[in-house]
Design a protein around this ligand. Structure first.
Ligand SMILES: Cc1cc2nc3c(=O)[nH]c(=O)nc-3n(C[C@H](O)[C@H](O)[C@H](O)COP(=O)(O)OP(=O)(O)OC[C@H]3O[C@@H](n4cnc5c(N)ncnc54)[C@H](O)[C@@H]3O)c2cc1C
Length: 245
């Protein structure tokens, strides 16, 4: 089975997010980048599936050369080879079109993404890929089995679980429950240095959206301590100031 895993390069979850250029640009100075955590789940599942079917795992990222350490980490986790589409990921439409163009030239049985990126949280690329490739797309997968050319996907729905099947090829957006995240070991890190990483020129596609500004959340107010005997004061603050009751 040939599996493609789409990898987004995102700021570490502990990074302090700030903006520059009058709040029109994300300030990447000093930011540590990681593989999008949902993509790590997808990659870990892909490595298991490829191992059990003598298949292969390719990872793809749309990004400039600064994303290569993240791509090498994906290779250390167990991907066989990698592709970087050399362009700034300027919106979800742009990203999905770049990945679809690659898939049209290199067929895959299974395309895995994360359920969403943890930076822009668009949750759009998975469905766009399905549409662009004219194949089914399913998200948010909490469980995944692949047998006899069929994917079985578990999803959580209000009050229960939904189980559905789709014939391969299919695009699946993965979440917690699909696989235990794999940690790269020393052997994997060494092997990753020499695994193939193809750099591909982007196709000409105009982004459909443009971020015009960012806004940080309002700073948190000071904590107010209420004496334990002052129940009426507490209720008053919750009702009139915090407006939560
Ligand atoms: C400098 C800069 C400028 C930007 N300007 C804009 C803008 O003007 N308008 C706008 O809408 N967005 C903009 N973005 C956001 C950027 O385009 C997002 O990476 C893109 O929109 C996809 O993120 P998402 O949250 O929509 O992905 P989602 O749809 O939430 O991601 C789902 C899955 O798709 C895959 N995926 C996502 N991104 C990539 C990627 N780059 N390579 C490979 N796989 C990927 C991953 O598997 C991910 O888990 C900008 C980003 C940068 C860095």
């Amino acid at each position: 089975m040939r599996i493609l895993v789409c990898i987004s390069n995102v700021p570490d979850t502990t990074a302090k997010i700030t903006f520059t250029q009058a709040d029109t640009e994300f300030n990447s100075a000093g930011i540590q980048y990681i593989i999008n955590p949902y993509d790590e789940i997808a990659l870990s599942k892909a490595v298991d599936l490829a191992t059990s079917t003598s298949g292969s795992v390719t990872v793809i990222n749309v990004g400039d050369s600064s994303t290569e350490p993240t791509i090498r980490k994906a290779l250390a986790i167990g991907a066989d080879n990698a592709v970087r589409v050399d362009a700034a990921a300027s919106d979800a439409w742009f990203v999905a079109n770049q990945i679809a163009a690659y898939v049209k030239e290199n067929s895959f049985d299974l395309i895995l993404t994360g359920r969403e990126s943890i930076d822009y949280n668009g949750a759009q690329v998975t469905a766009m890929l399905g549409e662009l490739l004219h194949i089914p797309s399913v998200s948010i997968a909490k469980g995944l089995k692949v047998e006899n050319g069929q994917a079985q996907i578990d999803r959580e729905i209000e009050g229960g679980k939904e189980v559905l099947t789709a014939s391969l090829p299919v695009v699946i957006g993965t979440a917690e429950g699909v696989a235990e995240v794999k940690i790269p070991n020393m052997r994997g890190i060494m092997a990753a240095r020499t695994k193939p990483l193809e750099v591909r020129t982007a196709i000409a596609i105009e982004p459909l959206t443009k971020i015009t500004s960012y806004r940080s959340p309002a700073p948190r107010g000071a904590v107010k301590l209420v004496d334990e005997s002052d129940i009426n004061g507490l209720v008053d603050l919750l009702h009139n100031e915090a407006k939560v009751i």
